[in-house]
Design a protein around this ligand. Structure first.
Ligand code: ZN
Length: 87
């Protein structure tokens, strides 16, 4: 007997796992915002600038972005950057 709902359940599980695993949340410490953002620049110097700014603003000296780190748009202000998350 074929279970018609098997695919439905699998779809839900995949979606839930995706919510947990997907690194779509903002990587700024204290910021809970999810749903994507700007990826870190690949250019080393610019990337380092982002990291330094986040460390300063958030007072977390050892902070490192993860491989898939993104920064949500709420931290950008006319090309500048500020940490608005709760520390
Ligand atoms: Zn954020």
């Amino acid at each position: 007997m074929k279970r018609w709902y098997t695919k439905f359940i699998v779809d839900i599980l995949v979606y839930l796992i995706g919510l947990i695993v997907m690194p779509s949340g903002c990587s700024v410490p204290g910021c809970k915002r999810r749903g994507g953002g700007h990826e870190f620049p690949r250019e080393a110097q610019r990337r380092e600038t982002w990291i330094q700014v986040i460390r300063q603003q958030c007072q977390k000296d050892k902070w490192e972005p993860t491989k898939y780190a993104v920064v949500c748009p709420s931290h950008f202000n006319e090309g500048d950057y500020s940490c608005q998350g709760k520390i």
